[in-house]
Design a protein. Sequence first.
Length: 116
Amino acid sequence: QVHLVESGGGLAQPGGSLRLSCAASGRIFSSNVMGWYRQAPGKQRELVAQITSSYGTNYADSVKGRFTISRDNAKITVYLQMNSLKPDDTAVYYCHIRNGILGEYWGQGTQVTVSS
């Protein structure tokens, strides 16, 4: 079993910053992909950013240049630094891991609200 524990959500003003963290525990393959998805009310869950265990990254067009994903393989932790936040970034953010042949797992979600 794999567990993902997220932290760092909250309220930010437009133009502000937040940093999300997600720590994985359990049986984790050395080759994996960790990432962040988000779901706003009435919308489908969408990919925000992902990073491979060899540090390759992929971003949604809507966050390129504003968000940065990183990871610490020793701690099996992924981070999402969110800068220049916009009201449209308001959503529940979910941590995700694609864990080789063991499949994929989701965190419980953390709320990010961008409002003045």
